[in-house]
Design a protein around this ligand. Structure first.
Ligand code: PNS
Length: 166
């Protein structure tokens, strides 16, 4: 098959509770590299106290990524490698913000590669202007009454305002 006929499909998995500008930056980089990028929200998360349910997260990510025609938003349960097999993905995309991310990311990438060598994990460096943003901190700030509108896409900021102005 000529190289140009080969479609590169990547999954960008995460909790995305909520999507941040850092995630969006990685999605825009991934959309340039891959033919198809599937943003996949983990729906069997052990993390309690989710701010948004899966339907809300899906809608916010769809709104925030509507400018990227090759980006799809989906959710999955179970093992990421099983979902990658189901979606015929060549790659798992993950972002690295700082050296502190490296250890867990390395562990996940190696275990996923052991379980499914056909799918490579590809790391992109987050844009330095987003390197301090995390969903965990966004959640903390917003529940304590702070303004996070410069850290998240408009679609997310609107939802947060609606949720917390009640
Ligand atoms: O945004 P997060 O919370 O850092 O994303 C973590 C995620 C969803 C990528 C990771 O928890 C995951 O892949 N979970 C699915 C279950 C799984 O496959 N576990 C084994 C290998 S990590």
């Amino acid at each position: 098959m000529p190289a140009s006929d080969r479609r590169l499909v990547a999954i960008y998995p995460g909790s995305f509770d909520p999507l941040t500008n850092g995630h969006l930056d990685l999605i825009s980089r991934g959309a340039r590299l891959f033919d198809n990028l599937i943003v996949a929200i983990l729906s069997n998360s052990q993390k309690h106290a989710a701010l948004f349910d899966i339907a809300e997260r899906t809608q916010m990510i769809r709104d925030a990524t509507s400018a990227f025609p090759n980006v799809e938003v989906d959710s999955f349960q179970g093992l990421l490698v099983d979902y990658a097999a189901h979606r015929n993905a060549n790659a798992i995309l993950r972002g690295i913000r700082a050296i502190s991310d490296y250890e867990t990311e390395l562990q996940m990438a190696l275990i996923n590669r052991r379980m499914r060598p056909e799918t490579e994990t590809i790391f992109l460096m987050a844009g330095e202007e987003y390197s301090f943003i995390s969903s965990r901190l966004i959640k903390e700030i917003v529940t304590l009454g702070g303004d996070v509108s410069t850290f998240v896409p408009n679609a997310v900021a609107d939802r947060l305002r609606a949720k917390f102005s009640r």
